[in-house]
Write a protein that binds this ligand. Structure first.
Ligand code: ADP
Ligand code: UDP
Length: 234
């Protein structure tokens, strides 16, 4: 079996590095297997909490659409269900964050490997909270095949779905475990209907306050973790 976490050689391009602009940002990573419902929950989160939603997959697909050489390489990696090099994704995310007037970000579908988490934290900032949507593979597969009927996505097909699951288990589950050890993880079952999942999402979010002095609304285990990370209002 090949290495599903493998990357091609990284390109270094630091022209738009600017850590300072994002130093006050509040970052929530939104993680879960392919088709677990990350994008669906992010839409609800944007409406209720006013975060800027940045999907790493959408940013990559926009680059692919440009038809550049890099875009072509990325397209073939994504069709194989593997991961685009960390530097490429972090750069796209940083640019999109800097272009936004918002200072609260939902980073959807990233980081998907430990090195990605490390790079993002060093280049930008650690997350305040990590939402993890837990969903059995059979359910995710059913959702992805249904989505594939209309999504037009080159990776929503049975062959690529199996590869994406493999990448998720091999590369992304260690990221989930990493943040669980740090006490930043809110693990939420993604099996119930979206509105029911969102009830649990709100419980996690309401435990979090930004560094701009918003009052936390609920106390739960995530609130306690956020306090540990210095995020709760005094
Ligand atoms: N809780 C849910 N129950 C049933 N279907 C869902 C649920 N959440 C999302 N879906 C559907 O499953 C598919 C994948 O959801 P999506 O939010 O695109 O997942 P992801 O961003 O994790 O790939 C979509 O077609 C979506 O409408
Ligand atoms: O940080 C990322 C996010 C996505 N991808 C690629 O983009 C694909 C689609 O990811 P997305 O989050 O859009 O969809 P999901 O698989 O979660 O449904 C993945 O399988 C990867 O090939 C990547 O390489 N790095």
């Amino acid at each position: 079996m090949g290495n599903f976490c493998c990357h091609f050689e990284a390109r270094h391009d630091d022209d738009d590095e600017n850590k300072a602009d994002l130093s006050k940002a509040t970052i929530v990573f939104v993680l879960g297997g392919p088709g677990s419902g990350k994008g669906t929950q992010c839409e609800l989160l944007v409406k209720k909490y006013g975060y800027k939603h940045l999907s790493a997959g959408d940013l990559l697909r926009e680059e692919v659409k440009k038809g550049t050489q890099l875009g072509k390489e990325m397209e073939s990696i994504m069709k194989e269900g593997k991961l685009v090099p960390t530097e490429v994704t972090v750069k796209l995310l940083r640019k999109a964050m800097q272009a936004s007037s918002n200072d609260k970000f939902l980073i959807d579908g990233f980081p998907r490997a430990i090195d990605q988490a490390e790079t993002f934290e060093q280049d930008i900032k650690p997350p305040a909270l990590v939402l993890f949507f837990d969903c059995p593979e059979e359910e995710m597969k059913k959702r992805l095949l249904k989505r594939g009927e209309s999504s037009g996505r080159a990776d929503d097909n049975e062959e690529t779905i199996v590869k994406r699951f493999r990448t998720f288990l091999d590369c992304s589950m260690p990221v989930i475990e990493h943040y669980e050890r740090q006490g930043k993880l809110a693990k939420i079952s993604a099996v119930p209907p979206p509105d029911e999942v969102f009830v649990e999402v709100q419980r996690a979010m309401d435990g979090l306050s930004t560094e701009h002095g918003e009052k936390p609304r609920a106390s739960d285990h995530v609130a306690a973790h956020a306090q540990g990370a210095g995020l709760m209002a005094a």
